[in-house]
Write a protein that binds this ligand. Structure first.
Ligand SMILES: Cc1cc2nc3c(=O)[nH]c(=O)nc-3n(C[C@H](O)[C@H](O)[C@H](O)COP(=O)(O)OP(=O)(O)OC[C@H]3O[C@@H](n4cnc5c(N)ncnc54)[C@H](O)[C@@H]3O)c2cc1C
Ligand SMILES: O=C(O)[C@@H]1CCCCN1
Length: 387
């Protein structure tokens, strides 16, 4: 077989593409994973030390997918011999009259997820360093915790290579021609494959536009803010401080979330679940600071043990769909082009199952989960292309 002929090519080596490539290589498929930047890199959505893993979701389908994700993350830890998951639990705080908060709590109860409901008194004694606003309630998802993201990404890529997979990094895909096989051109080579999986993160919209498909994806620049503990360790992982999500607290339009201080000692990560729209290649052009102002006000009201001015601000990007659900589907006009996109700021924890589904689609198999929430046809009225 020609060295440039593959069973499958995966475009984009973020967590979704890397996990897809790993599943394909496990199925003994000759797989090429192509990445425009030299690995590791911090220009997409999968870099950084940490991500939240949780079962607490508003929708049952994510909570159900998470059961298998926990198993697959554990399997990855074993195969790669690295610790990726650390259980911390996660506090979810919100108003009783907030439907998102009630749905999230309902999903935990319906799916028998280990959880606790805290009264305001229990909250105050368990978390004396956090202020619960009057009229708000709190639950704990006990399965939740932190994923060591950079480590996870490297582990998946290393295992993929160990299974015979090929990574070409520093190689940008500039063109591809649908067909059977598909022909793909990069800035330094030409390849053929029976199927192509597109997991291009924030670049998905422009990559897919080459095929005439205009997906309703919006790229947001996210400020990843770290806040200094007045007394180091107050909110530390070593003291079992949990992750948290504040559901639209203090009148904020979007959720605010945090992870215990860990990767940068004495600094706690607290971020706003939204940002300003950007072009992926222009992420570093500073625009609005509105999110940081919202966070500062939140920190001073809810976390009195933190200095309310961010000590470190890093950048990352979300690629969001109109309903915040992922896109996991075949291309509407080319069934051997598979699309994994629009992870809307919550896709990392689900990558083991996303990768499994994209692998199944690439091999023409029936996917092991119901894909109706993830189909492109749900955007029918928004799609600009003639499908
Ligand atoms: C600040 C922040 C916090 C988050 N928190 C959480 C969390 O707590 N829990 C959680 O589960 N998820 C979280 N997420 C979401 C999660 O990180 C993303 O959903 C996930 O990383 C998306 O991965 P991806 O592979 O789709 O994208 P990416 O990581 O961006 O990968 C796409 C890759 O494709 C490459 N590429 C694009 N075009 C080309 C081309 N033409 N040729 C070659 N390569 C190309 C890119 O360079 C990139 O490496 C967070 C995201 C951010 C930004
Ligand atoms: O996917 C997650 O768990 C987090 C929740 C808060 C927003 C960012 N993503």
């Amino acid at each position: 077989m020609d060295a440039n002929n593959f069973d499958c090519i995966v475009l984009g080596a973020g967590i979704q593409g890397s996990y897809t490539a790993y599943h394909l290589a496990k199925k003994k498929k000759k797989t090429l994973l192509v990445e425009q930047f030299v690995l590791p890199h911090s220009r997409g959505s999968s870099h950084g030390h940490t991500r939240i893993i949780r079962k607490a979701y508003e929708q049952d389908y994510y909570t159900r997918m998470m059961s298998e994700c926990y198993q697959l993350w554990a399997q990855l830890e074993k195969e790669a011999n690295v610790q990726i998951y650390r259980n911390t639990g996660m506090l979810v705080v919100g108003k009783e009259d907030c439907s998102a908060f009630r749905s999230l709590r309902g999903t935990l109860l319906r799916n028998n997820v280990p959880m606790e409901v805290l009264s305001p008194e229990q909250f105050a004694s368990r978390f004396p360093s956090v202020r619960l606003p009057p009229g708000e309630s709190a639950v704990i998802d006990k399965t939740a915790g932190v994923l060591h993201a950079d480590r996870a990404l490297k582990a998946v890529q290393d295992l993929f290579c160990g299974l015979g997979g090929v990574i070409h990094d520093g190689e940008k895909v500039v063109d591809f021609t649908p067909g059977s096989p598909i022909t793909m051109t990069t800035n330094s080579g030409m390849y053929r494959a029976q199927s192509l999986v597109i997991t291009a993160g924030p670049w998905a919209k422009s990559v897919l536009a080459r095929t005439g498909l205009q997906l309703p994806l919006q790229v947001l620049r996210i400020n990843v803010c770290y806040w200094k503990e007045r007394i180091p360790g107050t909110y530390g992982i070593g003291r079992h401080f949990p992750c948290f999500i504040g559901v639209k607290q203090h009148g904020a339009k979007h959720d605010i979330y945090g992870l215990p201080s860990n990767e940068y000692p004495g600094l706690m990560k607290i971020c706003y679940h939204s940002g300003s729209e950007t072009e992926p290649d222009e992420r570093d052009r500073q625009t609005s600071q509105e999110d940081i102002a919202i966070l500062s006000s939140f920190v001073s009201k809810s976390f009195p043990g933190l200095d309310p001015t961010p000590a470190v601000v890093e950048q990352c990007m979300y690629t969001v769909t109109p309903d915040s659900d992922f896109i996991l589907d075949q291309h509407p006009s080319h069934s051997n082009i598979i699309i994994g996109a629009g992870f809307s700021g919550h896709g990392f924890k689900l990558a083991p199952v996303v990768g499994k589904i994209l692998c199944e689609l690439a091999l023409g198999k029936t996917p092991s989960f119901d894909l109706s929430p993830f189909r492109i046809t749900r955007f029918q009225s928004l799609l600009k292309s003639a499908l």
